[in-house]
Ligand binder design. Structure first.
Ligand SMILES: Nc1ncnc2c1ncn2[C@@H]1O[C@H](COP(=O)(O)OP(=O)(O)OP(=O)(O)O)[C@@H](O)[C@H]1O
Ligand SMILES: [Mg+2]
Length: 382
């Protein structure tokens, strides 16, 4: 896809910012706090219906204003034009999404339609952080690439919440109401097993993509691997078999769950282990290897989504071109810019110097106090 135009209003520190994008690389430059990241956040709104930060629509609304809007004009790979508009009204606390002026009921409909890959400093949690951070990453890729998976995940979270509520009630009332929990067990097992099966298939499919990406980024002969360690282990990836084992595990943990007041078995407890040459990244990798793994994951995500969604994602790189990451990120930018569009923030005007393939299609935007002061196209000089 090609993001042709961005318009954000009363969005963070931007009153009204309008941007004609380059089909290649768009570099947002300026001092700290001028509003560069806010532009990428605006893009994430119309691609994902929300911020890539875990923040609320209320916080995103420019202080003192009654709501915001973020609008993107997009040309799909298939040549179809879309105008997506997200508006938020703080009085009614309502978010409205329109695609080509038609209202969309559920924000989830947007997910996967206009895929985006995001790399920002917070994302280092994917390799350094907890199992939750890794699950979030895998779910983010899967949700954008499969509507069915997204729906299953939403359902699973709803059932889990209900089941946990019953467990909490049992804990506070010191009751043992097995009849109340049984229908929720059935739902949890049914939907949970579909999620486990899909995650297993995904990790197998993704393997080659991550190996290719890792080689491109590091140029080294190191073997990256992602190992899926589900909370319900099964030798065979068949739904009925997973269901049976899942139910068995739930039954055996029932007393413990009752004591704790929450569900301890199921895909919400799955772990994904990242390895380089059979050593866990989390425990053994060097700082550089962590970074290589993360950037390779992002490149793999880019190509995986491109093939699964039949749409080239946009790549959003926030503040990642520091000296340490520059070499790896340059490889990511070159690979993505070869087929798609990239949006980068930096405080350094020379951040992309030396990337001759990229500068042929580079537009630099100078951001100051929540507006674009000027822009310039950097033509390739032969
Ligand atoms: N809801 C809001 N209303 C008004 N201003 C806001 C709002 N939220 C954040 N800001 C302002 O936006 C600015 C931060 O913008 P942003 O994060 O895009 O900066 P940046 O250019 O990416 O800076 P850095 O280089 O430090 O990352 C801050 O000055 C902050 O006060
Ligand atoms: Mg920033």
């Amino acid at each position: 896809m090609n993001l042709q135009h961005i318009a954000i209003e009363n969005f963070r520190n931007h009153s009204s910012t309008s941007i004609d994008c380059s089909p290649g690389v768009n570099l947002f430059l300026g001092n700290n706090g001028e509003g560069k990241t806010n532009i990428l956040e605006g893009i994430s709104y119309f691609c994902l219906a929300k911020s890539f930060y875990e923040t609320s629509d209320l916080i995103v609304t420019k202080i003192g204003e009654s709501g915001f809007s973020a609008k993107g004009t997009i040309l799909s790979d298939g040549g179809v034009g879309y105008e997506i508009k997200i508006s938020f009204d703080r009085i009614s606390n309502q978010k409205t999404i329109t695609v080509n002026n038609s209202k969309i009921d559920k924000a989830s409909i947007l997910i996967g339609w206009f895929p985006a890959v995001i790399l920002s400093p917070e994302q280092s949690a994917i390799t350094f952080g907890s199992p939750t951070d890794r699950r979030k990453f895998i779910d983010f890729v899967l949700c954008q690439s499969s509507r069915k998976y997204l729906e299953n995940l939403i359902d699973y979270r709803r059932v889990l919440k209900q089941r946990n509520k019953i467990l909490v009630d049992m804990q506070t009332l010191r009751s043992n109401n097995k009849d109340a929990i049984e229908p929720w067990n059935e739902n949890l097992v049914k939907i949970g097993s579909i999620i486990i099966k899909k995650r297993k298939e995904f990790i197998e499919d993704f393997h080659e993509t991550i190996v290719d990406a890792y080689t491109k980024i590091s140029g080294l002969y190191e073997q990256p691997r992602i190992i899926y360690s589900p909370s319900v282990e099964s030798a065979e990836n068949k739904e009925e078999i997973v269901e049976e084992l899942f139910l068995k595990a739930l039954n055996s943990q029932y007393l413990e769950e009752q004591r704790l007041g929450y569900t301890i078995v199921g895909p919400h407890r799955d772990e994904f282990i990242f390895r380089i040459n059979d050593l866990d990244v989390k425990n053994f990798a060097s700082q550089g290897q962590h970074k290589t793994f993360l950037v390779a994951l992002k490149l793999a995500e880019f190509f995986y989504l491109k093939s699964q969604c039949n749409e080239t994602p946009v790549l959003l790189l926030d503040d990642v071109l520091s000296e340490l990451d520059k070499n790896r990120c340059n490889k990511l930018i070159e690979a993505a810019a070869g087929t798609g569009q990239v949006f980068i923030t930096s405080t350094n005007d020379h951040a992309l110097d030396g990337l001759s393939d990229v500068t042929s299609n580079l537009r630099k935007f100078y951001v100051k106090e929540g507006r674009i002061e000027r822009f310039e196209d950097t033509a390739k000089i032969n």
